[in-house]
Ligand binder design. Sequence first.
Ligand code: BTN
Length: 256
Amino acid sequence: MLKEEIRLSTQSKIIGKNIHTFDLLDSTNLKAKSLLQEGEEEGTIVIAEEQTAGRGRMGRSWVSERGKNLTFSVVLKPQISPESIGIVSLYGGLAVAEAIQDQSHLHPECKWPNDVLLNGKKCCGILSEAVFKQGSLVGVVMGIGINVNQRVFTRELRATATSMSIETGEELNRISVLVAVVNQMDEQYRLIQAGHLDDIREKWKAYCPMFGRMVSIRHHDSFITGIALDLAHDGGLILTTEHKQIKVLAGDVTLN
Ligand code: BTN
């Protein structure tokens, strides 16, 4: 992927100031984490055409067809208290949803905590990882996988995964999609750095059809069912169960 083309097309000030492109990596998150530990600046993007060990949430893997999609990680140094780090995760999904909406006639939805869906199927997954050095937080690596032009998925994924190309019926320019995401991330990052976390929450909620509906949350081997009430200030999901109101910080949501 042409880094000059990406750099010239983006209006962004922070996100994408430095871009490292690779043909092959184990995982862009692993590379970005080691760069961050060595003192990499905020906003740096690591992109790979292919990952041999793409990582997903909750110990899963992320498989993406070489050269068809976007797999990249962004180095962030949000000036927020560690309790609000969940909002940073939502921020990535919001930026991708806004970018897809700008680039197509599609209506993306955000799924808590940080997937983006098209017509009910997943087209983007995000893995945010906090990076510590000698016990203190040095930043967050936000890894983003967007299915752009992939048209065939394994049998296992076929029922739940999609791509922008499948949903539009057209081949998309990956650089244009990336530039749109980078510009959105840059714009929303300013809100984070200015402490306007509630703006991110509200914008994210507008992309999410889950509120007021009965959902089940699975976290490893435990299940909770209740009505999704709201997003907490830290990005957690507030649920009303049969017995009480609770806040969930991680898990996979299914609408009942
Ligand atoms: C998920 O939905 O489980 C999160 C998937 C995150 C995938 C991206 S691809 C780029 C970055 N590098 C990785 O190893 N993972 C993230």
